[in-house]
Structure formats: C-alpha cells, structure tokens
Design a protein around this ligand. Structure first.
Ligand code: PRP
Ligand code: URA
Length: 211
C-alpha cells in the first residue's frame, strides 16, 4: 500500500515474519533474526527510487551496458537501542553506507524522547539517510531524530520502521511531510500507555532480553 509518502510493504514474507515477531513466545534470538531479515526485505522498497546510470562492462562473453547507483552516498542511522537491530540487514545490501547513531529513550511517564547520544558521519548533509527504528508509536522519537538530522544538515531522509500506527505516521508527517515513511505493518492504534496495538510489545526489551 502506498499513500502520500507512506509505503506499507505488502509482501507475504514480510507479513509472515512480522506475525512471528508479534508472537509473545518468540525467543530473543528468533526476534533478532526476524528484525534482521525483515529489514533486508524492506530495503528493496526503501531504495526503489534511487537513480541509476548506465555503465559499459565486459562480461566473459561480450561488452554490454549495465547500471550502477548514481547520486549521493547513503547513511544508515539507527535510533538506539532497538534501531540497532535493523542495521545489519540494510548494510549488507548497501555496504558503502556509513552508519550514524542517535541515542534516544522514551521517558516512561511523559512518553517524551530523551537524547543521550548523537554520532553522525561528518558529511551527513550530502548523504541520503535511512533512519531506522522498529517502532513508530507516538512518533516522538522519530520526530526528534529527524530534527537532530536536519539540524546537522541532512536533506534527504527516509524513515524505516517495522511496526507503526496512524498516530505516529501523522506526528511525523504533520511536521516533516517530505520524509518518506516505510513500514512493514501499519497497526490499529496506540493504547493508553503509548504502546502499539496489537504491536509486539517493547522492541528493545524483546531484542536484548531486558525488562
Ligand atoms: C522505543 C522504540 C522507539 C520508540 C517509539 O524505544 O524503539 O525508539 O520507543 O516510541 P515513540 O514513537 O512513542 O517515540 P525506547 O524508548 O523503548 O528505547 P529502547 O530502544 O532503548 O528500548
Ligand atoms: N516502543 C515500543 O518498543 N513498543 C511500542 O509498542 C511503543 C513504543
């Protein structure tokens, strides 16, 4: 499904793997493997609009015209902690990307994001950024991370999350309509504690076995 600047990836592999992640009986090890696999599958859609240019190459048989990615280099920026789980699957497909880190946690009472780390490639302003975080709930963390990236000059930002909800999508697009959002699942709503319903619980805790 694609509406204005929101793409929900409708693919049988993604749907079945997201369902496995949601299951409360899925182990920490399995959960991490699923985050990794889904992130790699999502990369196909996240990078669909990258420009290519023709190049001439020689195969063992003949000379032919092929393609290479043209344009800016990329940066993958996870929102810590849970976003870290999405880096490997994307980096394997875009090995030239540099990796930045933004550390945010959501205050349990206010649900507001608290920043504790920011380390970005020095040339972030000239890179196409893929900002990754498994969960887009109130949208507060994503909005804060986009603000940090834009303050440091980033101009092209895609946001990739595994599970989102309408409240989070609206929060991001109300402020940053230019940021393309990619989700593996668009869930129904937020509950009164700020968790996505049906969701998968606390992504960071499920990835790292904490409580
Ligand atoms: C989770 C998740 C997002 C945030 C989403 O992180 O990984 O960063 O919550 O919620 P929001 O859209 O309402 O801001 P959390 O704050 O639990 O930190 P963690 O990754 O360190 O567990
Ligand atoms: N953060 C999570 O990890 N899960 C939610 O459902 C909401 C925010």
């Amino acid at each position: 499904m694609k509406t204005s600047n929101l793409t929900v990836i409708e693919h049988p592999l993604v749907k079945s793997k997201i369902t496995q992640m949601r299951d409360k009986n899925t182990t920490t090890k399995e959960f991490g493997e699923l985050v990794d696999e889904i992130s790699g599958l999502m990369c196909y859609e996240i990078t669909r609009d990258l420009p290519v240019e023709e190049i001439e190459i020689e195969t063992p048989i003949t000379t032919t015209i092929g393609y290479r990615i043209k344009g800016n280099d990329m940066a993958i920026v996870p929102i810590l902690r849970a976003g870290l789980g999405m880096v490997k699957g994307i980096h394997e497909l875009i090995p030239t990307a540099k990796i930045g880190h933004i550390g945010l946690y959501r205050d349990h009472d206010t649900l507001q994001p608290v920043e504790y780390l920011c380390k970005l490639p020095t040339d972030i302003e000239s890179r196409d950024v893929i900002l990754v975080d498994p969960m887009l709930a109130t949208g507060g963390s994503a909005v804060k991370a986009i603000e940090i990236l834009k303050d440091r000059g980033a101009k092209s930002i895609r946001l990739a999350c595994l599970v989102g909800c309408p409240e989070g999508v609206k929060a991001v697009h109300d402020i940053y309509p230019d940021v393309a959002i990619f989700l593996a699942a668009l869930d129904e709503k937020l509950n009164e504690l700020g968790y996505i319903v049906p969701g998968l619980g606390d992504a960071g805790d499920r990835l790292y076995g904490t409580k």
